[in-house]
Design a protein around this ligand. Structure first.
Ligand code: ZN
Length: 675
């Protein structure tokens, strides 16, 4: 019988893929990819774009596509057998792509290709080649002898340290529990209180068990009336994995070593610091540019943050008898202030957002804006909840996508867009159209009822569709720079965040909403409340994000930072903190994004992409939200270009100028005059 993972002529046969298919298929594809790699570096293959792509890209694209299908079903319909098959093959797949990325023979071949054909290649191919060459250099392919060995050691040791860092954070989080008396739990919402009582009961203890896991910790900070309890929990939370907690979980030495290794790696690669290495493949040009971007925003957000804090202090003193607001009072007082100001519940809003209406409304928006038709289509799916659609323009197939919207067991939490395959003019002359999958974890409908979405869910759905459109509407046919491929990390959220804006437009919401019982559209009064609540404390929130971003960038841009982590964070806080953190705050010791995630010298990306998407949206506000020529320009200059042109150039071509922060500040209520 044919292994479904080896059928590349059609869409993935999701319903037929079984755990026992994984190893044989992936082993065969890995062998094929390895053979292709050996062949492409040999003298048999000329340094010619088509010849090289015809051998290597065909093999690696198949490997990537089959592995993508396995990863996908592992994420959405997991079983112990499937997880075992996935885990068994993961190291070999990762190893292949790492090795391919640093193979010096292949690097030499690409350089020969650049010499032979560089200037005569099409613009997208030149861009793909530039990316390849850059990634070889960043992957250490240029290094020789001892330097190469050291580079590999650094990579291995860094991975180990990052793993230890997150384990320490996890163990420190797990290692704390506080058994509160019932009286101390006063103020907690019923479900949070119930969960605490049950957790204690299970261990045959009295009162309620509180932990540092978010679902337990956060309601305490937000709702517990006891200031002592909040302080106790806050202290435990912000000292996790630091020298102030269990010495077994102290991350101090790991952070220092990681920063030293990153600095050493940068120097091996010929850069002055690690921030430059990180930015080499991003839209932002230099650490200095990022820092001045962040500081400019900080300067402009600061007066609003001060106002937010002043309001909070006054409210806390007058209404909550908290005379001197402390860090552990902030979430509590904020929640009380929010409740007092904007009285509406998420539940009330949910009644207006039924899934079929929202999805149809979203499809209509896409059809209107981007001159396409979206119709239901047939394909094998992995679960009865999954749906399949096709996108056409003038009757011609452009792309297809799956949706899988509801939470269930065996499905990874969160929401994401992933590519099933990319647009590609294959070496055999066939044009492969792109296929995407959009996965969410909304609350499933009750039996026989229509599913209701929260406004957050709706925004998430629009966000993921933004990524999917970026992937599917591309007109670039070279793998590596078509759709989302090759798009700079700090620009990739532009199309997704852009789509979120529709969820805040009165005109749009009229089309997306119909009360589940009365069929009425969203009332204006409720909309006004949503809008008012949207920017609650945006000044304070912005300053907090900026504090993390500046800290991250400075750590990686200053080559002596490893020995002065606590000094750097203290300096950054003097610059950005409105409410001084407690002296025992060791936030940095659990900052996994930069010490154990992919965000080192990249945390600023959140704000950076927000600026891009807000400024792009402003063009629609200026011309009218459904203005056809603006939408055309957006599609042609940003969505269709994918990674084939630098994001900065895409933006400029669309907007006629470089991005500015004004639109973001305005959208977040930080441009009105302060009284
Ligand atoms: Zn996203």
């Amino acid at each position: 019988m044919q292994n479904p993972l080896l059928n590349f002529n059609a869409l993935p046969e999701f319903a037929k893929i079984c755990p026992e298919h994984v190893k044989p298929a992936l082993s065969q594809l890995l062998d094929g990819a390895n053979a292709a790699l050996e062949r492409v570096v040999s003298n048999d293959i000329a340094p010619d774009y088509d010849a090289m792509s015809g051998v290597l890209n065909v093999a690696t694209e198949r490997l990537g596509r089959a592995w993508g299908a396995v990863s996908h079903i592992h994420a959405v319909v997991d079983t112990p057998e499937l997880r075992a098959a996935y885990t068994e093959m993961l190291p070999a797949v990762t190893e292949f792509f790492t090795r391919r990325g640093s193979d010096e023979r292949l690097f030499a071949k690409y350089r020969a290709l650049e010499t032979a054909q560089g200037p005569s290649l099409s613009a997208p191919r030149q861009q793909a080649l530039r990316h390849d060459l850059r990634d070889f250099v960043l992957g250490g392919a240029q290094l020789t002898g001892g330097a190469k060995e050291r580079f590999a050691q650094i990579a291995e040791r860094s991975a180990e340290l990052a793993q230890q860092f997150s384990e320490h954070v996890m163990d420190a989080t797990d290692g704390f529990a506080y058994y509160a008396s019932e009286e101390e739990l006063d103020g907690l919402p019923v479900d949070a209180k119930q969960a605490a009582l049950e957790a204690a009961q299970k261990e045959e203890k009295t009162g309620g068990k509180l932990t540092l896991h978010f679902p337990s910790y956060f309601p305490v900070m937000q709702y517990a009336h006891s200031q002592d309890l909040r302080e106790r929990m806050h202290r435990a939370y912000v000292t996790r994995a630091s020298e102030l907690g269990n010495p077994k979980h102290d991350n101090s030495a790991i952070m220092q070593e990681l920063l030293e290794l990153r600095q050493e790696e940068a120097q091996l690669l010929g850069y002055a610091n690690y921030a430059q290495v990180s930015l080499a493949s991003k839209m932002a040009q230099s650490p200095e540019q990022v820092l001045s971007f962040l500081r400019d925003l900080a300067e402009r957000a600061l007066p609003y943050a001060k106002r937010d804090l002043q309001e909070l202090r006054t409210f806390a003193a007058q209404e909550l008898s908290i005379a001197d607001l402390q860090p552990w009072d902030q979430a509590y007082a904020s929640e009380k202030l929010r409740e007092q100001r904007y009285a509406f519940s998420d539940e009330e809003l949910r009644q207006y957002f039924t899934e079929p209406r929202v999805l149809q409304g979203l499809i209509n928006i896409i059809e209107t804006l981007f001159d396409v038709k979206i119709v239901a289509d047939e394909a094998q799916v992995w679960h009865p909840d999954a749906r399949f659609y096709r996108i056409e323009r003038c009757g011609e197939l452009i792309g297809q996508f799956y949706t899988d919207l509801y939470a269930r067991t065996g499905k990874r939490p969160g929401a994401w867009m992933d590519d099933v395959r990319g647009r590609w003019l294959r070496p055999d002359g066939q044009l492969q159209t792109p296929v995407a999958q959009i996965v969410c974890n909304f609350t499933p409908p009750l039996p026989g009822k229509t599913a209701l979405l929260s406004h957050d869910d709706v925004t998430t759905l629009f966000h993921e569709f933004g990524h999917a459109l970026h992937h599917m509407l591309t007109q670039v046919s070279d793998s590596g720079v078509a759709g989302i491929s090759g798009v700079e990390w700090d620009a990739v959220e532009l199309p997704s965040q852009f789509m979120e804006n529709f969820c805040w437009e009165w005109e749009v919401l009229q089309k997306l909403t119909a009360h589940v019982e009365t069929d009425q559209t969203l009332p204006r009064e409720l909309f006004d409340k949503m809008l008012a609540a949207k920017n609650f404390q945006s000044g304070l929130q912005t300053m907090r994000q900026l504090e993390f971003s500046i800290f991250d960038m400075r750590l990686h841009a200053e080559n002596d930072s490893a020995n002065r982590i606590s000094e750097v964070i203290a300096e950054v806080r003097r610059e950005t903190s409105i409410l001084p953190p407690a002296p025992f705050n060791r936030f940095q010791h659990s900052f996994s994004h930069i010490f154990a995630g992919g965000y080192s010298a990249g945390y600023y990306s959140y704000k950076w992409a927000e600026v891009l998407s807000a400024d792009a949206w402003a063009a629609f506000e200026e011309a009218g939200v459904f203005d056809a020529s603006t939408a055309n320009r957006y599609r042609q200059e940003i969505l269709e270009r994918g990674g084939s042109r630098d994001a900065a150039d895409n933006f400029k071509a669309f907007r006629g100028r470089a991005p500015t922060v004004d639109a973001l500040l305005r959208h977040q209520g930080m441009s009105d005059s302060l009284s």
